[in-house]
Design a protein. Sequence first.
Length: 432
Amino acid sequence: MKRINILLVILAASLLYFKPVAAVTDPIEVNAKSYILIDTRTGQVLCEYNADERLYPASTTKIMTAILALENGRLDQVMTASAEACYDIGKDGMNIGIIPDEKLVMEDLINAMLIQSANETANIIAENLAGSRQEFVDMMNRKAEELGAGNTHFTNPCGAHDDNHYTTARDMSKIALYAMTIPEFREIVKKESYEMSPTNKHPSWDTLLYSTNKLLRNPNTNKFKVTGIKTGYTNPAGYCLVASAEKDGLELISVVMGVDPSQGFDSVFKYSRTLLEYGFDNFGFVEIVKEGKVVGSVTVNNGDKDVPLNVLTADNITVLAKITGGGPVVKEEKFIRPLKAPVNKGDIVGYAEYWVDGVKAGKINLIAENNVYKAAAPDIPLLSVEEVKDSAVPSFLKIIAYVLLTVVVLFLILKIIVMIHNRKVRRRRLYH
């Protein structure tokens, strides 16, 4: 499947002061067992509470089922419903009344699964894409591990309660973040309703399927636009909601888990709205470096001393940060050493790292703004014939001296060798 290119959005903002993202750990008027709020473009955590506590995901499980369906199946693929898939939906499991041996295209099944949260559709998809539901569940667990969701374990594709079927708010945010990079997934979860196609068992369906995500159908706020994604509920799990919303190019995902059923169905939407409003009210993308900014000049070895090398930033740096408050940006520059001429305009001459309150904000190349050519060789003055003769005399005398010294040294060495030889000859005569 194609993925949406995830790019940083560059927004005009103050370049002087801001506070880097630091996850808030204290509750923000959200009465749930766990929650987390992240940015979809960077994955940064904006706030969290008990985000690593293992909880039951209920029907938010279907996010993973949809990922595998879209990656391993085709939307026009015809699937057959087994009796086991239709009836094994868990206590009080949501369903749309699919009949055993009914044939449906996966597009209808996945829409019904994500919009109406029909449990039997998840079972049907699992059985038709893998050899068995258990094989499909194994695929789900492998995918969770691949996505870094190490505190997650699935036992079924629909979210029916099982003590060994669990996840965390942090893990679910990672799974949802990945799911939202799949274009077909995005298109489905933003729908408010869906009309099923006729089948061999249903010449027509009685009604439209309406999204269980009331935040999507009635956000009750003008601070953001809701873009998805999935509700969940069982009595042991309580109310759960993974929600996404966007405003001015910034998109956030909130995960709220374990809202006590005694608080009522609407409470999970209220808490999700609170988290999203907190994010949009307090955070934004801040540009701390612009492409082409002059950061200074440096000296080039062997270069023209009259032409300094001006250095520019090669790219922009934007960070997600609190809109107000915080400390100054700290810059550290490092250049190629030694930097030798010639240097051409556009050459990389080093890099710069930017830090905010001890947190690394980014790293970019530094490039040459101008050319610096190699310095010309110094002029050598011409000598007259008389100057050449004068300069040659001392050199000639030095040569004679070296030759004489060499002859003397060689003579002495030869004399020593002869003396040693003569002594040896005399000794041999004495003993013979």
